[in-house]
Design a protein around this ligand. Structure first.
Ligand code: CA
Length: 255
């Protein structure tokens, strides 16, 4: 994704929102973590390996780094060492469960916290909050921020939306789908990817995604045959087609 901005948030988070760099080679986990952190109001950059992480780090230093240890190429441990050579940015290891000794080694390298996989993304967000509260209390200001796209306005904090003057409320799943789709306008997201983002349990089929998207469309007043928001790409998936407004709605502004 070379042309995307380094840090992106579907709901266009406040410029002051903390920046989180997620280093994770598993695409599904990356997307899930991105969706949850973005919904929590953080700016998120993704890196699939350590080298990419270091180049993001050099270009725009994050406020916190989430590191998977088992990475292709540069290991998570080597990445942490390289970061620690130049920065005391908080580091959260989110990686497969290991022995106590290996976990202790992670802390010795300078990690601030260690969350074993598989983890609940909600817990990951809570750990991020807790670390940032500790390390930069004045700056931990991430709040889900309302955003606008075309005729739609959404407040992720309350899941309330307004479209054409009509108001309603999204379910958490619908909100995650909406954030994922609108976060990559124009990009086709396939059902597997959307399923990973939309649900935390296993056993759901990709048909579930179609049902959630249909519900979302109904709430937004979007017509599958003539959509303004969500376009169906046969045999591929869905994409967001409404323009994103440059200036989101004001709540949360001024800090
Ligand atoms: Ca891995």
């Amino acid at each position: 994704m070379p042309d995307e901005p380094l840090y992106a948030g579907p709901q266009r988070p406040a410029a002051a929102a903390p920046r989180i760099l997620v280093v994770e080679d598993e695409p599904r986990i990356r997307e899930i973590v991105r969706a949850y952190l973005a919904a929590a109001g953080y700016q998120v950059a993704l890196a699939a390996d350590g080298r990419r992480a270091l180049s993001v780090f050099d270009e725009e230093p994050p406020d916190l780094v989430i590191v998977d240890l088992l990475l292709p190429g540069l290991s998570g441990e080597a990445l942490i060492r390289a970061i620690r050579d130049v920065s005391d940015v908080p580091i959260l290891i989110a990686s497969a469960k290991r022995t106590d000794d290996q976990r202790i080694e992670g802390f010795r390298l300078g990690a601030d916290d260690y969350l074993p996989k598989p983890y609940n993304p909600v817990e990951l967000v809570e750990r991020v909050r807790a670390i940032l509260r500790r390390t930069r209390p004045a700056a931990e200001t991430a709040r889900p921020r309302s955003f606008a796209s075309g005729r739609l306005q959404v407040d992720p904090a309350t899941r309330q939306f307004r479209v054409d003057g009509r108001e309603g409320r999204l379910t958490p799943t619908e909100l995650r789908l909406l954030l994922a789709l609108s976060g990559m306008p124009g990009a086709v997201l396939d059902r597997e990817r959307l399923l990973a983002i939309a649900t935390t349990g296993t056993g759901d089929s990709t048909r579930t995604v179609d049902v959630h998207v249909a519900n979302l469309r109904r709430k937004l007043g979007d017509d599958a045959g003539d959509p303004w928001a969500i376009d169906t790409i046969p045999d591929a998936g869905y994409r967001w087609i409404a323009p994103l407004d440059r200036e989101p709605a004001p709540p949360g502004r001024g800090q």
